[in-house]
Ligand binder design. Sequence first.
Ligand code: HEC
Length: 215
Amino acid sequence: MNKNSENISGWKRFMKSLTKAHELGTEEDIMLDHDYDGIRELDNVLPPWWLYGFYITIVISIFYYTQVFYNSEKYSQAKEYAAELAQGKAEVEQYKKDHPELFDDANIVAFTDAENIAKGKELFSSKTCSACHLADLGGSIGPNLTDNHWILGGGVKNIYNTISKGGRPGKGMIPWESTISREERIQLASYIISMQGTKPATPKPAQGDIIWPEE
Ligand code: HEC
């Protein structure tokens, strides 16, 4: 017997110990008496590889459940949820504190960067503002937004407020706060401010007694 065939028989022995398969040709030994309409059954043992795996799962489950039981004070799902919720709320509060201009209307600051101004310009036509104020803000149904005369007040806070709450009743400028997000309303106000002093093609005569910015 060379080394190779020894190995093979060692391997075979190992496999056999894992399966405890009954020798082929000797099935009669383990044949059960009962005959189920011509179908007969061999009384094979459960293969050890499967049985050990099963025992291991039982041991792991006992370990697992004792861990869950002893740590339930620390790690219940309800507690994790509550903790994450509290952490999320604290982060939101912190963010609000760090960025008052984004959440507190008294602290609104106009955007001056090109990206937000461009977004404001895009919104000015997509949200139909240009239908009444014209694309160059010269004014038609609504007032000219490029001059320094304001009916309702200039500056980012007043303009934001007009966009949010609308103009005087019956004039045609509706409140937009339910249809345009806060950030977008600030972008719109910022765009309008950026257009201050530009020369529209057909400017509507100045309306309003509030002067902003002062000359
Ligand atoms: C249906 C026409 C109409 C549309 C659409 C419209 N506006 Fe107006 N807007 C007006 C009118 C009219 C006024 C004047 C309100 C008043 O006299 O109280 C006005 C006033 C304003 C004012 C204040 C001007 C001032 O002199 O104080 C701003 C700012 C403004 N609109 C921005 C916008 C923006 C931004 C949009 C789009 C989201 C928009 N408007 C859409 C008709 C419109």
